[in-house]
Write a protein that binds this ligand. Structure first.
Ligand code: HEM
Length: 575
């Protein structure tokens, strides 16, 4: 099939745009999926227990022809050819990552986003932790180190260099380094449930399938000041909120199943509740979160098609899916409940996928808690260090839980980023802008223009091709001598025009197109086993009839009215 690159595809009429996005996805699936395991390298795993009808803790035994696929600790894949994925060496520090952070990422003026609330940021980091993480401790014996620019304000303190630990990696002869995902790749709510027996055992009450909560109904807090839950790296109040909400939701689903299946064991209740809670989370991300981030009619239709299919429900009900023509079947009935498709490559998240989720600019400098009853501001304001890591507990436990959640629902201020972060256990201050840039270079994610070429987009010939805003072009030109040097993150943040309503660039969007379908299409529990036999009909109906407003309303009943003032819980609630 001939593929013509249409730079501003969002200007096409709806149906033509949907065809174009489908063709783009098909092209990306054919050209941009690469396994970093060579034949014979995949770990060997055997399956036991209830793996056929329940998700395993470590993600093994989802794809039964390769039970290690997507499991805890396996390698990231790539969306670019393996030979293009060598980490940078000669230009690793050029231009200086600190210059990019200070000159391009540090915003001087306040830029409020008025169309989404703070749940949007908390939600995506929660999902990111479900999908991936590199080893947060990195390599204590191996540092990346570069001199600070001459005019850097940090020089006044006597500091001359900036150092960060290298990512933990595996070296191979004759091919690029690979990096392991310390989480399961599957979309399985592992941050809530834990991914190893020891962690998981601490989280379970072992009564009626439920997860442990303290007397106040919230997650217990551990001696390190963080909630006792499955994954707490880069912890902050937003993550605590998400983990509490989804733990409560799991327990409510257990109540539902306990009523209809009083004979079920604790484990049966847990397994079914996990399946339902996990699928509901994936559905909300697909048909609510993504359309809130990318507020565009074409995108809304495309995301709904991924989950529900384009066919009207009554026709889908009349004619069961016979899976006769796979592509057509998926378009008409949706991915969920259909046949899996790996496009010949084992499922794994990719380094390029990690790169486009570097959304640190979504974080607010301060959060002022508001009273959910009347919208008034309380006296409790927290800056980043006060709402992050162990301090997150002060936000959650020194305020009413409903007030914190309400604040996230109505807050829509996204001012500056965190360019001097102190992380417990890390012996240096993190400039997250510089770190984000350097990590991509270290892990062999190409610079902006090369990335575009490899993902079938037209590369920029000059800085003016990246942005149609003259000030942005000037800023880029002040830092980069050559358009080929522009880093992926810098280019994506600068890129315009964008599709109407899009909070991300069209370049980053290519990765979304590929990954959004793939993480559903390759998972047995979203495809062949998304059935009443595995989930129960009650479970499938529960997923179908719920949205994020329903989850918030159920888990924090005080907010049921507030969250229903909007048609999508990620849009600012009306005060
Ligand atoms: C206060 C909240 C947050 C803190 C304290 C935080 C901190 C960090 C730190 C310390 C790292 C690792 C840096 C390194 O590579 O050495 C990191 C990585 C990352 N963060 Fe955040 N972050 C926060 C919020 C967010 C949010 C809202 C997102 C949105 C998606 C996000 C996305 C990422 C991604 C994609 C990575 C790369 C992960 C990897 O390398 O596997 N973070 N963050």
């Amino acid at each position: 099939m001939v593929y013509v690159i249409i730079a501003q595809w969002w200007k096409l009429p709806l149906v033509a745009a949907l065809f174009y996005l489908a063709a783009t996805r098909d092209r990306l699936e054919k050209r941009n999926l690469y396994d970093t395991y060579q034949p014979g390298e995949w770990p060997v795993t055997t399956c036991g227990g209830s793996y056929k009808t329940a998700r395993t803790l470590d993600g093994t035994c989802n794809e039964l022809t390769n039970p290690a696929m997507g499991s805890l600790g396996t390698r990231f894949g790539r969306y670019i050819p393996i030979n293009n994925s060598y980490g940078e060496t000669t230009n690793l520090y050029t231009p200086n990552p600190r210059t990019i952070s200070q000159k391009l990422f540090k915003r001087e003026t306040f830029k409020p986003a008025t169309t989404v609330n703070l749940f949007l940021a908390a939600w995506i980091q929660f999902q990111v932790h479900d999908w991936f993480s590199h080893d947060p401790n990195n390599d204590p014996n191996n540092y990346l180190s570069f001199p600070l620019p001459d005019d850097d304000p940090l020089r006044a303190t006597g500091q001359t260099n900036m150092s960060i630990r290298r990512t933990v990696r595996e070296s191979h002869s004759g091919r690029p380094n690979t990096f392991n995902n310390i989480n399961t790749h599957w979309w399985d709510l592992s941050p809530v449930y834990g991914q190893d027996e020891a962690t998981h055992a601490k989280l379970r009450s072992y009564v009626d399938g439920k997860m442990k909560v303290a007397d106040d109904g919230l997650l217990p807090v551990g001696p390190d000041g963080r909630d006792i839950t499955g994954f707490t790296d880069n912890w902050w109040a937003g993550l605590s909120l998400m983990h509490n909400i989804w733990t409560k939701e799991h327990n409510l689903v257990c109540d539902m199943f306990k009523k209809s299946h009083p004979e079920w064991s604790d484990q049966q209740l847990f397994d079914h509740a996990r399946l339902v809670t996990t699928a509901l989370n994936a559905k909300i991300h697909t048909v609510e979160w993504t359309p809130a981030l990318l507020q565009d009619d074409i995108l809304l239709a495309a995301m709904n098609a991924n989950w529900y299919g384009l066919g009207p429900q009554f026709l889908q009900d009349l004619i069961p899916d016979l899976h006769l023509i796979p592509g057509l079947s998926e378009a008409w009935y949706g991915i969920v409940g259909g046949q899996p498709n790996f496009d010949g490559v084992a499922f794994a998240h990719s380094e390029e996928f990690v790169s486009v989720y570097r959304f640190h600019s979504l974080l607010p400098d301060t959060i002022t808690i508001r009273n959910h009853a009347d919208g008034s501001h309380t006296a409790n304001t927290y800056n980043i260090s006060q709402y992050s890591f162990a301090n997150a507990k002060n936000v959650i436990h020194n305020n009413k839980f409903a007030d914190v959640a309400y604040t996230f629902g109505v807050l829509h201020n996204y001012p500056q980023e965190m360019l001097s972060l102190t992380k417990p256990g890390v012996d240096y201050t993190l400039d997250m802008g510089a770190v984000d840039v350097l990590r991509d270079r270290e892990r062999g994610v190409p610079r902006y223009n090369e990335f575009r070429r490899l993902l079938s987009l037209i590369p920029a010939e000059s800085m003016a091709d990246i942005s149609d805003d003259p000030d942005t072009v000037d800023d880029l030109s002040a830092v980069y001598d050559d358009v080929e040097d522009v880093d992926l993150l810098a280019g994506c943040l600068a890129e315009s025009p964008r599709a109407t309503g899009f909070a991300i660039s069209n370049t980053a969007f290519q990765v979304f197109i590929l990954a959004a379908s793939r993480r559903l299409l390759t998972d047995r529990f979203f495809t062949t086993d998304y059935t009443a036999a595995v989930y129960t009909q009650e479970g499938l109906d529960y997923i179908k009839n719920s949205d994020f407003r329903a989850v918030i309303g159920r888990t924090i009943p005080e907010l049921n009215a507030s969250v229903h003032t909007v048609d999508n819980a990620f849009k600012p609630w009306k005060v």
